[in-house]
Structure formats: structure tokens, C-alpha cells
Ligand binder design. Structure first.
Ligand SMILES: [Ca+2]
Ligand SMILES: [Ca+2]
Length: 335
């Protein structure tokens, strides 16, 4: 118990030391999938801002430039590719137990949808595994799945391919709608000239909400929500209908951007977690062993990125000791 507490204190010291090295907290404060980092840089460019002038919150999903807030959605659309130690096998029980533990840690109880739906596991021909989430139900839980898998001691490496999109950029908004009041009950048949996706009445606001479909059909991600141009073209139609009153729009802007600017998809597997890779260069070599040795020697000045600390317990025994240094050296020699 004493050793475990010392390990925690050592980690805290190292994190603080690194935080001092990397402050102020700009967009590159912590390691994220490359595609997300690319999107941050792209967004900053839209508003002629440097990354250091931008702020990130909400687990990496809220990106503030000096001009406005963008919502950055990212998920792993193909599942995580997971490598395990030789002579071990990934079991469904271990994945489910780690998954439920991490959901509990973040406050999701057993009644949460994510809790009820276990990740799917497949074994690849090369001995690695693919661990998938149901993207519809699990939505933003991809980060938690990676964290859960990293808790399984015999998992050595986790990789993912990420999809990233942004709302907040003009013409990038997927949940657009017309909002209006009406002098009578309405059905979709009252809008024969429009490509109506949904029509509903909001009792809390006493307003009607009308969503359009994309004029050119679903996009590459299966989304059929109308885009800026669809709503722009529909405005004269809405204005010509005598039962439509107080017409306004929800989540629409008057600036036209290129929609594809708001999407990025990684083609290559990106390293999400690599046990022993302390400097986060997606490689395991002598540099990592040196950093680990300094950490194990309680050198609080060791220059390790905060995310790199997660990879330090190489033998996964919950402690940071010289055995971790031996373990990483052994892996390097054997590779
Ligand atoms: Ca490394
Ligand atoms: Ca250890």
C-alpha cells in the first residue's frame, strides 16, 4: 500500500512538472487523435487565430477561437485495433468488466444505454482484435472505451481510425430547422413544394418545427439533414404560405462555407495507447526506457507529456518501479 501511494504521488509530481513546461494551455495541451488535432488547426485557421489563442473544454469537444465556439465531434468509426501480450487472449469478460467500471467511474449507472450494450469483439487474422462500439447508441463514449481497454493489463497497444466533424462553421450545421407559428394544424402535405424531413409541434414554445432533407440525398456518412443551401432555397416558399407566421430559422447562418471543410477522416490507424511509449512518438525505444528510468528514480523534472504518464506502468502491476524499466528494455530487445 505504501508503494502504491508513493507511485500516485510521483505521478502527480511528474504531471505538475510537465504542466509547467507546456503552459499556457493551447490546443496542443494533450495528445489527441491526429485527425482531431488537424481539425483544431483548421478551425483556428478559419478565424485567423493561432492555436495558443484557442481554448478547449468538454473533453476536447468544445473549441473556442477568439471569435466563436465550435463543437468538434469525433469518434472511432471502425473500432479500436488492440494488440495483446504474447500468449494472452482478449476475453469478452475482461472488456465488459473494464467498460462497466469506467462507465461507473464517470457517473453512468447500470440504467444507461451505454452500460446495456457491450462492445463487440472480433479477432483479426494477425492476432490483434477489433473492439467496436455501436456508434448510434454509444455516441460520444469512444474516449471512455479506449480508457477502459488501457486498464486491461495484457493489452499492449490500442489504435483507432477517427472520424471528425465540426458544427459552428457556417453551412456545417446538421440540425437545422425552420421555426414558425401557424393559424391552424399542419401536416407535411401542406408543404408540397418542399423536401420535408420532419414536421412537429413544440408545445413548450407553441411553435412548429420543420426540417428539410438534403436536396442531393444522404451524404457519405448517411446524413439526410438539409444544409444551408436547402434552407436558403426554401425561404421564399415558406414566406409564400399564408398560414406560416413568425418565420425564423434555428441553427442557420448566412455565410456559405464548403461543407467538406467540416469533415476529416483518418485513413491510417492512429496510436491511442501504447504501453511504454512515454514520449508519445508511437514507437517504443531506448528514449522511452531512459524516461522511465528517470521517473522510477523519482526525477520530478522528467519531461514527459501528461498523456505519456498513462503508458508508464509497463508491466501493469499498478506500480512504477525498476521492473517497468526492465520490462520495456526486454520488449525493445525482443522486437
Ligand atoms: Ca516512444
Ligand atoms: Ca509497474
Amino acid at each position: 500500500m505504501k508503494k502504491r501511494m508513493r507511485f500516485a504521488a510521483l505521478l502527480t509530481g511528474a504531471v505538475l512538472a510537465c504542466a509547467a513546461l507546456t503552459a499556457p494551455a493551447g490546443a496542443a495541451e494533450t495528445a489527441r487523435p491526429a485527425v482531431v488535432q488537424q481539425m483544431y488547426e483548421r478551425i483556428a485557421g478559419w478565424d485567423d487565430a493561432s492555436l495558443d489563442a484557442c481554448y478547449i473544454s468538454g473533453g476536447g469537444h468544445n473549441f473556442y477561437t477568439p471569435k466563436r465556439l465550435y463543437l468538434v465531434n469525433w469518434r472511432c468509426y471502425d473500432g479500436f485495433r488492440v494488440a495483446v501480450r504474447p500468449d494472452t487472449a482478449l476475453t469478452a469478460d475482461d472488456v465488459v468488466n473494464a467498460w462497466k467500471k469506467i462507465l461507473t467511474d464517470i457517473g453512468c449507472g447500470a440504467d444507461a444505454e451505454a452500460w446495456q450494450r457491450a462492445p463487440e469483439i472480433e479477432q483479426n487474422d494477425d492476432g490483434t482484435y477489433l473492439v467496436k462500439l455501436d456508434s448510434y447508441w454509444h455516441g460520444g463514449f469512444v474516449v471512455q472505451l479506449a480508457d477502459a481497454l488501457a486498464e486491461i493489463p495484457y493489452i499492449t497497444r490500442i489504435e483507432g481510425k477517427y472520424f471528425c466533424d465540426v458544427t459552428g462553421r457556417a453551412n456545417s450545421v446538421s440540425h437545422s430547422a425552420f421555426i414558425f407559428t401557424s393559424s391552424r394544424e399542419l401536416t407535411e402535405a401542406d408543404f408540397p413544394a418542399l423536401n420535408v424531413r420532419s414536421l412537429g409541434y413544440q408545445t413548450d414554445s407553441n411553435k412548429w418545427l420543420l426540417q428539410l432533407r438534403r436536396a442531393d440525398g444522404p451524404d457519405q456518412n448517411g446524413r439526410d439533414y438539409g444544409e444551408y443551401q436547402d434552407y436558403y432555397n426554401a425561404v421564399p416558399v415558406m414566406q409564400s404560405l399564408d398560414f406560416v407566421r413568425d418565420l425564423s430559422a434555428y441553427w442557420l447562418t448566412t455565410e456559405l462555407a464548403e461543407p467538406e471543410e467540416c469533415f476529416l477522416r483518418s485513413e491510417e490507424w492512429e496510436t491511442v495507447f501504447y504501453r511504454g511509449d512515454l514520449n508519445l512518438d508511437a514507437d517504443l525505444d531506448i528514449l522511452d526506457a531512459v524516461l522511465l528510468a528517470r521517473l522510477a528514480a523519482e526525477d520530478a523534472e522528467t519531461p514527459i507529456p501528461p498523456e505519456g504518464i498513462k503508458n508508464a506502468d509497463v508491466d501493469a502491476d499498478g506500480l512504477l518501479t525498476v521492473l517497468d524499466v526492465h520490462s520495456v528494455l526486454k520488449t525493445i530487445v525482443e522486437s
